[in-house]
Design a protein around this ligand. Structure first.
Ligand code: ADP
Length: 379
């Protein structure tokens, strides 16, 4: 045996205690003895043992009680019961209580060594099996993490590609415009119109970059330090003032219905972004002659501010509804009606409501219109 094993013999018979010591010490075991249960338990508390040789039938504290306490102290301890012919039943009970084996008195030196070696080997095998199980679990965990990483890398790769594609187009337009003007391809009288178009593309580019920045900040939880109690109605007024000209240009009526003026605890920039994207979408995806209705109310029972943006626009196919909250996703019908768009608005909306513990739901019918309903906890 390479590592010295420590054995404690607890038996009231001195002959057994000393007999065990005589057999085990020459085999390289460290052996201690105790003559009753309480003394044995004290020794178990003071030092770590590998094997407990325990007489089941002792005056005073019963062997079964010693066994119970010893197993509780060290579940890894090998417990071998020493039993007389008349106490075999007790030994069986001891096995049920967690003893590993028993040896009947009188026993030979060989029998004692056999049972001790066998139990030590079993314990070594148990430990090896546990180590292998842990290794297997670790390997499974690593494989899971690797698969997750590969998935993330693929998503990140797609994200970058889409991003480059989206950002490259307006920059190319700007470069062409500047080149054409510098090379004199555009007559002076046409230049204001061409420059106005280029300016619009630069504006879109900037808006896309701002959306990307906001989305990145929301994902990182940046901006939460500027949280305050705000009136949704006040923010809505500012948003409507900015979007009304667009609705008028497009021939879309804009109606508002605010009840109880809900207040929420949030960063005003986040709530502005939420409302702008929902209302801007409703206007952009509603053909001329349509109507957009924005409503705000309070659900006191649930402690929520509830908002809805409804339109009579193109609608969203049912199978695409879960996808419109993905970054860059745009429906075919949406792309046909609005050439420009980044697919970042609704991901921002979702991040905002999730960040503040709210919800967002969509109801839509193709060709009839859509309603986006959101909730935010009242401030
Ligand atoms: P963007 O409007 O820039 O394309 P969004 O993330 O705001 O990006 O919207 C994603 C897509 O969801 C849009 O391209 C459009 O296809 C669809 N969508 C969003 N809002 C509406 C709406 N009110 N009516 C119809 N389709 C909508």
């Amino acid at each position: 045996m390479s590592i010295p094993c420590r054995i404690l013999v607890v038996d009231d018979e001195v002959g057994i205690r000393e007999g065990c010591r005589r057999v085990l010490v020459p085999q390289g075991f460290d052996v201690d003895v105790a003559e009753n249960g309480p003394m044995g338990l004290r020794q178990l508390r003071e030092a770590r043992y590998d094997v407990l040789l325990l007489d089941i039938m002792m005056p005073g504290m019963s062997g079964i009680e010693v066994l119970r306490q010893a197993r509780q102290m060290d579940p890894d301890l090998i417990c071998i019961i020493i039993t007389g012919y008349a106490t075999v039943e007790l030994a069986v009970q001891a096995i049920r209580e967690g003893a590993h084996d028993f040896i009947a008195k009188p026993f030979s030196a060989d029998q004692l060594l056999q049972v001790v070696h066998r139990e030590l080997e079993r314990r070594a095998l148990r430990r090896e099996a546990e180590r292998l199980r842990a290794l297997e679990e670790e390997a499974r965990e690593l494989a899971r993490a690797k698969a997750e990483l590969q998935k993330l890398e693929a998503v990140e790769g797609r994200f970058m590609l889409t991003l480059v594609h989206i950002l490259r187009a307006p920059v190319a337009v700007l470069q062409n415009t500047l080149q054409w003007i510098r090379k004199g391809y555009i007559p002076p009288e046409e230049q204001p119109e061409v420059l106005a178009r280029a300016e619009a593309r630069a504006g879109e580019l900037l808006a896309t970059l701002d959306d990307l920045l906001l989305l990145a900040h929301l994902k990182e939880g940046i901006g939460l330090s500027r949280v305050e109690v705000i009136s949704l109605e006040e923010i809505l007024e500012g948003v409507l003032a900015a979007l009304r000209p667009r609705a008028e240009r497009q021939g879309v009526a804009l109606e508002v219905d605010v009840q109880d003026s809900p207040r929420v605890r949030a960063n005003p920039d986040h709530i502005r972004a939420l409302l702008i994207h929902l209302i801007d979408n409703a206007i952009r995806y509603t053909p001329s002659g349509g109507r957009v209705t924005v409503s705000l109310a309070v659900d006191r029972e649930r402690g929520l501010a509830v908002g809805a943006v409804s339109d009579t626009g193109i609608g969203i196919p049912a199978d695409e509804i879960p996808r419109i909250f993905e970054e860059f996703y745009r429906t075919e019908e949406g792309k046909r009606l609005q050439e420009t768009g980044t697919g970042l608005g609704l991901p921002i909306v979702r991040q905002v409501v999730e960040m503040y513990g709210g919800t967002i739901e969509v109801e839509s019918e193709v060709g009839r219109g859509s309603t986006f309903r959101f909730t935010l906890p009242l401030g």
